[in-house]
Ligand binder design. Structure first.
Ligand code: FES
Ligand SMILES: [Fe+2]
Length: 377
């Protein structure tokens, strides 16, 4: 770690690594320093599993989509064998990005000089290369990265040595089992370009302390800030619970599956599967915030609305999907000025680490975990 970072990390340890009641946030430099961002890419995003999409987005052989993880261009593609792979999207000839041009379903063809790869990344054809001596197609396959599907979500681990996801998320898998998330379909998708550090949104998503100020009409009347709480998970994710004010079984839009516990209708829960997979789990649906981190102060946010096909067996399902989309968009529009305001505040020379409320335990847990990842360097 460069010496310039060590001071900042030491300062962060002093602020964060103490009981919640005594803790402060990470120092502002953690949100604004290019060196920290570079270290996060290396130590956090490349070393851990990062969620990139839903398996149902690429149901058939040849289906694919492009995404960057820690600046690494990836092509997520389903092969003829049915496997989902995370291939490098960088052509082995002269580095053109693959997958953004017109494609034939059975191959991956570079738009620049038409080198053509099979769906498993092996190079099948390279036009007009016969005079290149010792040119071996076998030596020009696209590199591939570790890829796992968990609950229908596609994850990638660039470093290749993260422990299997299922192993580290056993308790979460047990809690999620009644939702049958692997069978859920995408009922809505909303995309935003965001201009603030990715952790600002993670922090915002994982606390309901701001409900009375930022969501006075949407959340606070039924899910008041003061009732929310967090739990220690002992695993690489954080959780915050938002109980209904009257402890009643809340109305749902869609039909909750049989087996969804009553508890999930008396409260909803938000999760951060580290580093940055944000999930709101409701009795009848799941809202996933996918963050595609681009730089220190930019990321693409894609909000996926997910529901089980059996839950959608209700009158006017399409109108309810549209309502959910509208409501989700509206909530993010309430959060956005706060996130953008925080970013401007973070850039100030007067900004310092701030003390945390007892309602911000999930932020504290995430920041402790991040410092642990820096410590593994
Ligand atoms: S850069 Fe891909 S074929 Fe030339
Ligand atoms: Fe919010």
């Amino acid at each position: 770690m460069p010496a310039s970072l060590e001071g900042l990390v030491e300062e962060a340890r002093g602020a964060v690594l103490r009981p919640l009641a005594e803790a402060s946030t990470l120092p502002p430099g953690f949100y604004t320093s290019p060196d920290i961002f570079e270290a996060e890419c290396e130590l956090v995003f490349r070393r851990n599993w990062v969620s990139v999409g839903r398996a149902s987005e690429i149901p058939d052989a040849g289906d694919r989509f492009r995404i960057d993880v820690a600046g690494e261009p990836l092509l997520i593609v389903r092969g003829k064998d049915g496997e989902v792979r995370a291939l490098s999207a960088v052509c082995r000839h002269r580095w053109m990005l693959l997958g953004e041009g017109a494609e034939s379903a059975g191959t991956i063809s570079c738009p620049y000089h038409k080198w053509t790869y099979a769906l498993d990344g092996s190079l099948m054809a390279a036009p007009l290369m016969e005079k290149a001596e010792d040119f071996k197609r076998e030596a020009c396959a696209l590199p591939s990265f570790a890829c796992e599907i968990w609950n229908g979500f596609i994850f990638v681990n660039l470093g290749g040595d993260a422990a299997p996801l299922a192993q580290s998320l056993v308790s979460l898998a047990t809690e999620f089992a009644p939702w049958k998330m692997d069978e859920m379909e995408i009922v809505g998708r909303i995309e935003f370009d965001q201009s603030y550090n990715w952790k600002v949104l993670v922090d915002n998503f994982m606390e309901s302390y701001h409900h009375f100020a930022v969501h006075p009409e949407t959340f606070e009347p039924n899910y008041p800030a003061a009732l929310s709480y967090t739990e220690e998970t002992g695993a690489p994710y954080a959780v915050a619970r938002m109980p209904h004010k009257d402890d009643v079984l809340a109305e749902t839009l869609f039909k909750p599956l049989d087996g969804i516990p009553d508890r999930a209708r008396r409260s909803f829960s938000v999760f951060n599967v580290y580093p940055s997979m944000l999930l709101a789990v409701l009795a009848d649906s799941v809202i996933w915030y996918r963050l595609e981190v681009e730089s220190l102060d930019r990321f693409k946010l894609t909000i996926y609305l997910l529901a089980h096909p059996a839950s959608l067996d209700v009158p006017d399902a399409d109108a309810l999907k549209a309502f959910l989309r509208e409501a989700t968009w509206h909530v993010h529009m309430e959060d956005l000025p706060a996130c953008e305001g925080v970013q401007r505040g973070l850039m100030s020379g007067a900004a310092q680490a701030g003390r945390l409320s007892h309602l911000e335990g999930a932020i504290h847990a995430h920041q402790k975990w991040l410092l642990g990842e820096f410590g593994r360097a």
